[in-house]
Design a protein around this ligand. Sequence first.
Ligand code: FRU
Length: 616
Amino acid sequence: MKTTLKKVILTLAATSAFSAGATDAPPEGITVMSLGESNTMVRITDPTQKYLILPVEERVPDARIDVLVNGEIAHTFHVKLACNEIDYTVPFDLTPYTSKGNVVLNIVNPIDRSYSRDAQDFICWEEMKLSDSFDTSNTEKYRPLFHHTPLYGWMNDPNGMFYKDGTWHLYYQYNPYGSKWQNMSWGHSTSRDLVNWDHEPVAIRPNGLGSIFSGSAVIDSGNTGGFGVDAVVAFYTSAAASQVQSMAVSKDGGMTFTNYAGNPVIPNTHEARDPKVFWHEGTQRWIMMLAAALNHEMEIHSSPDLVNWTYESSFGRGYGGQDGVWECPDLIKLPVKGSKKEKWVLICNINPGGPFGGSAAQYFVGDFDGHKFTCDNAVNDTRWMDYGKDHYATVTWHNAPDNRTVALGWMSNWQYANEVPTMQYRSANTLPRDLSLFRAPDGDLYLSVVPSPEVNAMRGSRESHSAFTLADSVSYSLPVANDGVCEIDLGYNLKDAKGLTIILSNAKGEKVTMKYDPRKHTFLMDRQESGLTKFSRHFPTTTVAPTLSRSSKGTLRLFIDRCSIEAFDGDGNFAMTNLVFPKEPYTTLTLVSEDGKTRIDNLDIFQLDPALALNK
Ligand code: FRU
């Protein structure tokens, strides 16, 4: 997605006048009326311009803004309006309101003793501007080149993903008015190839029932709901004083949605959220998985028509990780590699309580008869979809082609997601991953996670090293173009070595150390010296995965994309996703064979194709 620098057209005089009561000399286009220590009204006097550009200061509390059209409240949202200094600006699209009448923003700033001024002295009133455009050119050093990010603003969970007519739709928890969690809406992106993403208008905005939390979408090809053949029906949690389940229908393939008039469709009385809906062939019913967050259970509901839902059963009490809230469920049928068998996998995102603190995605293998999920794993057997710290809210695409099950996770962790050192936007998604099951040497079934084959299209020039035996250590330069964004593929055989260490480092002495331990059958990643780590005490960590293999041979794929490292076992036995914020890109790859020899079967370093980069 290419963005161009557009000249911001200002109609507001550089020095805006305001004082108690109406301004003496109103600036062109807007009038700022200060109404005391915390209340301010902004009248839009020039309705011809698209955006009101709002200055944001991240450390201050949210102001509440009611948008009044002819005196009626048409919309409410929250923004950290700049008090002392401006970190960045966000656009508020006025056109849906100015087209209907006179627009006044009634703004209440909380009285916060951390700043000793009345709202009337805030810098935001001077710097608020009308404009016909908003500049979305990338200003961020850590913005990934090949991972989906919002152009600006905050993102968390992937939502409502479906595939239709060659297009992958991705919605996501989005704050369009700042880069911290707030104003939950469904942002929207589309892709024809799972690599390049176009940014679409926000698809679902907060309404009278609350903000729009996570959920899913299905294509109703049988018109079971009566909304029309192939209507796209989205389910989300309406979150306000309570959390209830709502529905919205799209008749234009997922670009715009109309909220269902009979919402909520499930008026649950306990905290439950993140509905994931799918069609169950066996019972010819729609199934909704719902996270009963505080009960540590996933509820199963069924429906013939997407509108009327019946509670079937719950799964989870006592199973797996129980420390945090249960969120963002999914239930998928997966093939077992090397057999004709299929099994069901229940995905359960949990926060906190992840293996390395904070958020993580666990899964359970079992059976599902359309009414009840029965788990094959022992109650205390906890398994993780990804053994890094930055893989959460993972769910799968509805209707993916070729019977594939394609998953996407939010590449962050609630422990520090709001604090990571970016500003214009916050958070990226993981690379898309194809899921299946495999039988490990212990006889059990585990989730196999591999990068979706589409990501191979990102590869640009390749540097290949033929097989050799490593007795001590060897170093290679990483591609410098694209800030070292690359894929590294490594085939190894730990013949008699006690370990293989893989180090990514830069001239500043920052490094990420990975290590295979053939005795413990583990792979670890240590990011304690990876670069900027001090923004959260939870950030510097070492994460460890079981390799679920008894072989001394294996392959590893590493994807390095400015602020992230994703490590995938070549056979899918484990995935590990960790954010990193090096002050300079890592420029060197070092391999160390510990106490013995390692055969390097292959080493390929692919510069990821700059021509394909999402964010230049
Ligand atoms: C998971 C989550 C969901 C909720 C959403 C709100 O990260 O807490 O349970 O719907 O985020 O943004």
